[in-house]
Design a protein around this ligand. Structure first.
Ligand SMILES: CC(C)(COP(=O)(O)OP(=O)(O)OC[C@H]1O[C@@H](n2cnc3c(N)ncnc32)[C@H](O)[C@@H]1OP(=O)(O)O)[C@@H](O)C(=O)NCCC(=O)NCCS
Length: 164
């Protein structure tokens, strides 16, 4: 299957409902924090992360995924380091290159902004996401063993980064 059907663009307010639907269904204990993704959320965009922070992916014209890219630090010494603070693809749209297209989009955006690095956190057990990041050149910068207790299991947290 070609990924030509996948397109990306900046999010707009009108994506709210489609993105909320993805948010409420995309995460599980291997990828997110059940207390934060429990399904009682009623809005997607928030004051601190409005549409301008998101790139969305469309598959044949339907919004099926998002990635949130922001400055990692609010002070000038950290300028040039961006942070991926969320990436999710709708369950029925996975395995068709949507995640890959979103990763390419943030790398392009980072270069456009003159950033030197894009950082992110991933659960050690999130093998699908880790494979995706590795394929896109992200390397492990640090490991936090047994950082979280999720559904009775200790989960490592990994710091990954792409050097642009
Ligand atoms: C991680 C996640 C974003 C990946 O999204 P995705 O759209 O399925 O990603 P891709 O399709 O680009 O890649 C996934 C697989 O599909 C394969 N693939 C890529 N392009 C493809 C195509 N055109 N046709 C068929 N398969 C394809 C890839 O090879 C990859 O396989 P592999 O991981 O077994 O090597 C998605 O699983 C998700 O939303 N997970 C829950 C949230 C999450 O974990 N977010 C990250 C938190 S750090």
């Amino acid at each position: 299957m070609s990924d030509k059907r996948v397109t990306v663009r900046r999010a707009v307010e009108a994506d709210e409902a489609a993105l909320l639907e993805i948010e409420l269904t995309a995460w599980d204990a291997s990828s997110g924090f059940p207390s934060l993704t429990a399904g009682d959320r009623t809005t997607f965009f928030a004051e601190r992360w409005g549409p301008e922070a998101f790139i969305v992916a469309e598959l044949d014209g339907r919004v099926v995924g998002y990635i949130r890219l922001q400055e990692k630090y609010p002070f000038p010494e950290g300028a040039g380091v961006l942070s991926i603070n969320g990436l999710a693809v709708a369950l029925d749209a996975r395995g068709q290159g949507v995640g890959s297209v979103l990763m390419e989009a943030v790398a392009a955006e980072g270069k456009r902004r003159g950033a030197r690095k894009i950082a992110l956190h991933v659960h050690g057990v999130n093998t699908a996401a880790r494979r995706l990041y590795e394929r896109h050149g992200y390397v492990v910068e640090g490991t936090h063993p047994r950082e979280f207790l999720i559904d009775g299991q200790y989960v490592d947290s990994l710091d990954l980064a792409l050097f642009l």
